[in-house]
Ligand binder design. Sequence first.
Ligand code: FES
Length: 184
Amino acid sequence: MACQCDNEKKNIEKYLQPLEEILNNYQVPAESDIDLKKKKKKDSEIDPLTKKKFLIPVLQEAQDEYGYLPEEVLKRIADFLELSLSEVYGVVTFYTQFHLQPRGKNIIRICMGTACHVRGGSQILNEMEEQLGISSGETTDNLKFTLETVACIGACGLAPVIMINDGTYGRLTPDKVPEILNEY
Ligand code: FES
């Protein structure tokens, strides 16, 4: 019987397979593509900036694939790009587009800009939190919804407004919330 650690290793390899496919697209240029001077350098001696500039696009693609950026994925990216894990975490935590926790299939954004706030945005948020059993910034256990608050989303005339994925719902009242959630 295979040892448990072998199985674990295989599971991680399988889990990281889609990431390997992404990383394959970010190989440094093949020797035939680089100039004569660089040809003499080993892969690891190629300008570190060449690899570093790949970090954000690689993170974006990895997040698209996994839905968020788990630690195993970040470790592999750091290894591939020859960066320290803390450098990678530094970038991930700097940009709000990156997420370290799983996200829901549907992202609910509740506008808390001024127009929405004065027209009852907080009541919509309270009702959403109540219906979903989570607070703003959290994801339901079944990964169906992530709830977030945002500043003005540019539809102030429809305040209070929320977005679910790409859909916009305006002039909301708390009693409409369950019906909207049922659409998903
Ligand atoms: S303040 Fe909510 S859409 Fe502008």
